[in-house]
Design a protein around this ligand. Structure first.
Ligand SMILES: *Cc1c(COP(=O)(O)O)cnc(C)c1O
Length: 408
């Protein structure tokens, strides 16, 4: 066993060595060890400050330790934190009502992680297909898009097209049909009388902030209506103000039957996810058929309610729109100058680096040494998702660093 003569390790190198020795290696983090964070900034154990340009993949839309969210958590910690769903508690119904009202939906099924919300959506859609649509038992299909990311459970990776996410984890759950993202004709072709649902990210985050062609999501809605299938929008990363609207689908004027929410719903404090949508669809679940020990716990609901209150002001959606326009302008100016292509919606961007320049990993490390934290997605794409509390000068500081890194 490693021993530390001078007490527990405190340096970057020793702390990373500890992780390497004792944790499973399912991530490849940047070599920075964070000890403190506030707003858009994190401080590492060496005392260096970095701008957070990743925001926990949009889990930190309101920045680190937003005072209103911390206050809600602390207040709830002094009252009751867990009951299980065996009993009612006084935050549960209010959270469900307030989240439904914010999202313009009718009912809420609270869960914890994003993957669980997606699993819940799959179960609800299948049961709805058998009990309401009349699909023969055991034959329901869910149509999904290539290059999707919906989480890491065995069923969810069953319809991933990412080799690394799937390899050696089979046998897989059947009942999924994969079509190219953004291709309405392929979607029309794939939908049949057995289709329970079409499950899409309105914008594919993990794939590199891939925005589908204009009209695609409206066409998906139309095709679902025509076939009597549900449209499920996975808004775990795209939702809750990141794109400048509560829901990314709002940009297209499209309503889904079910939405999965997560990440920012927990305010960067704890995992909170939910499946929200039509009452007649969520009502197919009866007591005992689905559940979660921690889903909808008092602490999660209190923090979730505080998140909803922040979103109800519209301030963060507005910040995402205004700062996002600036981000878009500055990134677009880099195209041809060390950047190959840029996709941007709100304060969310995918930046493709040319094959001739640094890899995504090298660029992330170079940005880190300049005090900006972000992470590559795939080989040559950087994803930027700064906290929506970031100021324009801070955003510029990060973009100046990017300019130096890609223009070397
Ligand atoms: C992150 C993410 C998930 C999975 O969420 P976890 O909390 O990591 O399980 C699902 N869908 C999308 C679109 C995501 O970005």
């Amino acid at each position: 066993m490693t021993t530390f003569a001078d007490g527990p390790p405190t340096t970057t190198a020793d702390l990373i060595a500890l992780d390497e020795r004792w944790s499973a290696h399912n991530y490849y983090p940047l070599p920075v060890v964070i000890a403190h964070a506030e707003g858009a900034w994190v401080t590492d154990v060496a005392g260096r400050r970095h701008l957070d340009f990743l925001s926990g993949y949009s889990a930190l839309n309101f920045g680190h330790r937003h005072p209103a969210l911390v206050a809600a958590a602390v207040e709830q910690l002094g009252r009751v934190t867990l009951t299980s769903r065996a009993f009612h508690h006084d935050q549960f119904g209010l959270f469900c009502q307030e989240l439904a009202e914010l999202t313009g939906t009718e009912k809420v099924l609270p869960m914890n992680s994003g993957a669980e919300a997606v699993e819940s959506a799959i179960k609800v859609a299948r049961k709805w297909a058998y009990r309401v649509k009349g699909v023969p038992d055991g034959t329901a299909e869910i149509v999904v898009a290539a290059s999707n990311f919906h989480g890491r459970t065995t069923t969810v990776v069953s319809f991933s097209t990412d080799r690394t996410a799937r390899a050696d984890f089979g046998p897989f759950t059947p009942g999924f049909v994969v079509v190219p993202f953004g291709d309405s004709a392929a979607l029309a072709e794939a939908i049949s009388e057995r289709t329970a649902a079409v499950l899409l990210e309105p914008i594919q985050g993990e794939a590199g902030v891939i925005i589908p062609p204009a009209g695609y999501l409206a066409e998906a809605r139309r095709l679902c209506d025509e076939a009597g299938a549900l449209l499920i929008a996975d808004e775990i990363q795209s939702g809750l103000a990141r794109t400048g609207q509560v829901l990314a689908l709002d940009h297209d004027g499209v309503r889904a039957d079910l939405y999965t929410l997560g990440k920012a719903l927990g305010g960067g404090i704890l995992p909170v996810s939910a499946l929200v949508g039509r009452a007649d669809v969520l009502d197919v679940l009866r007591p005992g058929e689905h559940g979660s020990t921690f889903g909808g716990n008092p602490l999660a609901c209190a923090v979730g309610r505080a998140v909803v209150r922040l979103l109800a002001t519209g301030e963060f959606q507005e910040r995402a729109r205004v700062l996002g326009a600036h981000l878009h302008d500055r990134l677009t100016a880099l195209v041809g100058h060390g950047v190959e292509a840029v996709r941007c919606r709100g304060l969310w961007a995918g930046v493709d680096l040319p094959a001739a320049g640094p890899s995504g990993r090298d660029a992330s490390e170079a940005l880190m040494s300049r005090g900006v934290l972000c992470k590559e997605t795939h080989e040559r794409t950087l994803r930027f998702a700064p906290p929506l509390v970031i100021t324009e000068p801070e955003l510029d500081r990060g973009l100046d660093a990017l300019e130096q890194v890609v223009n070397r």
